[in-house]
Structures are given as C-alpha cells and as structure tokens.
Write a protein that binds this ligand. Sequence first.
Ligand SMILES: Cc1cc2nc3c(=O)[nH]c(=O)nc-3n(C[C@H](O)[C@H](O)[C@H](O)COP(=O)(O)OP(=O)(O)OC[C@H]3O[C@@H](n4cnc5c(N)ncnc54)[C@H](O)[C@@H]3O)c2cc1C
Length: 493
Amino acid sequence: MDANISSLHNLLLDGTFASHIERKNSSIPTVIVIGGGISGLAAARILHDASFKVILLESRNRLGGRIHTDYSFGYPVDLGASWLHGVCNENPLAPFIRSLGLTLYRTSGDDSVLYDHDLESYTLFDMDGHQVPQRLVKEVGDIFKKILKETERVRDEHAYDMSILQAIEFVLDRHPELRQEGLACEVLQWYICRMEAWFAVDADMISLKTWDQEHVLSGGHGLMVQGYDPIIKALAKDIDIRLNHRVTKICYGPNKAMVVVEGGRNFIADAAIVTVPLGILKANLIQFEPKLPEWKVASISDIGVGSENKVALQFDKVFWPNVEFLGIVAPTSYACDYFLNLHKATGHPVLVYMAAGRFACDLEKLSDESSANFVMLQLKKMFPDATEPVRYLVSRWGTDPNSLGCYAYDVVGKPEDVYERLRAPLGNLFFGGEAVSMEHQGSVHGAYSAGVMAAENCQRHVLEGLGNLEKLQLVPLRCEIHESAFPLQISRM
Ligand SMILES: Cc1cc2nc3c(=O)[nH]c(=O)nc-3n(C[C@H](O)[C@H](O)[C@H](O)COP(=O)(O)OP(=O)(O)OC[C@H]3O[C@@H](n4cnc5c(N)ncnc54)[C@H](O)[C@@H]3O)c2cc1C
C-alpha cells in the first residue's frame, strides 16, 4: 500500500495535497476530511485549529449536507434538519447558538409523546375536513402512552427483538379496552405516524428493544428560527474546502492515506476522516484499499437508514390558524398528514409538509410539481379555500446520490456492538458522521460530536506517529465559544 502511494507522489497534480513535501520543513501533520456536513466540518475545524493542514473534500456544490437551509423564498427554510434536539447547555451546539445570537422556537418540553412537539398548539382534522375535538386527541394521546408503557412488558417477556408495531398488537390483544374504533383509531394512527417520523421508518421496522433507549438531551426541542446554516458557515471559516470533489477511492495504511476523487485526481495525507452518510457506504460508492474488514462491512449493513422528506410551501398570505402544526388523521399511519406551521415560529407564510418512512420514499417517485400538487390536495381537505403556493421546495434525501437516506435507525435485532464497530478506526482512517455518534445518531448535535471525536482520535494517532505529541497541542474547538456569556434565546410566540 505505502509503495503504491509513494509511486503516486510523482504523479501529483497541481493543487494536490503534497503533505510529505511540506513536513520536511515544517512538521505540519496533514489530514483529508471527506464530507462537508456538520460532522466533517467539526472534524476539519478541530484539526485546523490545532495547526494541522487540512483539506475537506465535498461532493456537492454546497456545504452542510443534510443541513440545507434554502434562501430562495427570501428567508431561511431548512429542508434537512430544523430542530435542535435538547435545548440545554449540555448540547454541544449550544455555544455556537449563543455566540452567533441565533434564536430557538421551542415546540416541546421533555417527554412529549409527539417527540418534537407537544399538544400545546395544534389542530387536527379528519379526512373529510372536520376538526377532531381536542379532548379526543388528548384522550387518545394518554391511551397511546399506556400502550407504549405496556410494550415494556412485552419486551421483558421476549428474549428476541420485534418491531414496535408487533408489540403494540400484543398489547392490544392483551388489553382490548385500549383498542380504539372509528375516529379515535384514526387519531391513534396519527400518533403512530408521528413516532414513525422521529425514527424515519415505519412502525413495523422500529426496534422494540431499543426505541426508547436513547438518552435524549434535556430541554425539549427547538426550531432554529434563522435555520442551521449560520452554524455551518461559522465552522467552515478559513478551512481549505474543495466543493464538487466526489471521493471514489480511499487507500489507507499505517502512516499515509490517499484519496482519489472523480476524474482521477488524488490527495495524500497522514490520515483521512470519512464522514459521508451511511447510505453512501451501504451503496459501496467509495472503494477502499485494502478492502474494509468483514466486521466493518457487517456494521455498515446492520444499521438502518430511514427516509424523511419535506415539501415547503410559500404562500402570499396566511389562511390557516395560528397553531404550531396541522394534521390529518386517517385509518392508517401511512395516510396521516403533518404540516409544520413556520409562520408561528418565524413570522413567514410557510407551511412545511413532512413525510417519513415508506411514504417519504413514495413521495420521491413523484416530480416536484406532482408532490406539491399532492400536498395541496391534502391541505385543501382542511382548508377548501386554500390559495395556491407562490413557490415550493421539495427535498429528495432518499435518492440524492450525496445522501441516499435521511439518518440512521436501529433495525429490529440490531447487534449490540454495531455502532462501536462502525466508529472504530482502521489504522489512519477514521470514521465520523451522525451514524457513528456515541449517543445521538440521527441528529445534528450527534453528528457534530462524532466529527469532534474522530478528529481528536485522528489528531492523537497522527501526532503519536510523528513522535510529536508534546510539540503540537490538542486544541479543543469548543473552548473559545464555551466561554461566551450570551444566553440561549428561546421563544414560544
Ligand atoms: C429531512 C431531515 C430532517 C432532519 N431533521 C433533523 C432535526 O430536526 N434535528 C436534528 O438534530 N437532526 C435532523 N436530521 C438529521 C441531521 O440532519 C443529520 O444527522 C446531520 O446533519 C448529519 O450530518 P453529517 O455530517 O453526519 O452528514 P451529512 O450532513 O450528510 O454530510 C456528509 C457530506 O458528505 C458528502 N458526500 C457524500 N458522498 C461523498 C463523496 N463520495 N465524496 C465527498 N463527499 C461526499 C455529502 O454531500 C455531505 O455534504 C434530519 C435529517 C433529514 C434528512
């Protein structure tokens, strides 16, 4: 492998990362970071601030990855992540939010059965456009909580894992009094639909064993009113970033890494950090040399990647009630609908339709125009006089060749150590990205922490290899910002 790399040194093209040449004079360690989402940017930032020479290679023509704040409406609208999960000082993103003066709109406190919403401000309708009585929504919410509580007994009774849907069926057979009929059953399906939105998969794929095992940060969930983009911009400052650089091959070894991008250009450094989405690794879009060991390949295939999509509709005026979300209940969770009212949080006349699981995949089969038309049909069930949108935006996270899915989830029967194996470095190749997060897969703060951890491990490895540990200090990225005195700005209008 090393011989292979050194012969390639002679072929370095202009602009290629010629780490071996610079080190003779300056002892500067070099690292290539692959992927310009929050995880890759966090890793690059750490190493840059620790005086490493870093190049970040990003396949898209923009940074942010599954954070995508679109400005085409004239103001920020997030088509990927939009909530901060855990509005508290322990959240590793809190220092950025404070120092950048960003505002959060809290949509729920801790322990909400609807995850990122509570039932403080909403309106639900049935498929014929009749409003569902709030009392019924709350009653069924309590029943849903009881059903979920009972699934714990099912879990204790079974050594093997099963889906949460199967467990719910067990509970309903055992407690027929919890089974709902008619409109109440449709409301129950709507709760299941919201649970599916959190995991981004259908209830028949959510693991009973692990669905409630995540240590969710305290403080509830807050929408990023100005979008997530300012954090991406802050992290990217002064980093050597190469957009439109799609990595196709990574050669790794004890002391050198060579990364090849589409078109054949290559970059060489002391180490590399991969932060591309799990969907990209699953699809084998990057070739590794030597081949990844079996245990690593198995970890890639044993973690699931879910689907979630958004259709953002901009209107010229607001014709819907001043509530945080609107929903339509239906006989199946697949047919239920959910609209986030951005007007309540941001003052802009925008509704964001959110689809998850199989339905999100099916939505991607439609053109943008057909998706928007479909969503308008749903909206008109609630508001027959709804005006047509001025503009719309449609996400395609499942088929986008830069993401191939929205975020990781635990498959039913997930092997115990699967995340540890995914996270484990291979020599001088380190792994970041939301899916390798220690505790918070599928979130922005989890992805950020995973990037920080990969960078710290990489930094240590490279400095040890160079016998340089004392010379170059580990400079934690967070210090400067942690000391900021600004409070978190949280509102609920
Ligand atoms: C619709 C949706 C809603 C979400 N909502 C929330 C939310 O409200 N709150 C929350 O906390 N989290 C949410 N998430 C999850 C969150 O967005 C992700 O966990 C996080 O942004 C992932 O960051 P990352 O850096 O690991 O990956 P990414 O952001 O995907 O970054 C990886 C980068 O690698 C690049 N790449 C891919 N292939 C290559 C290649 N071959 N060569 C070079 N570069 C490549 C990609 O273009 C991308 O920029 C949501 C995600 C989605 C999709």
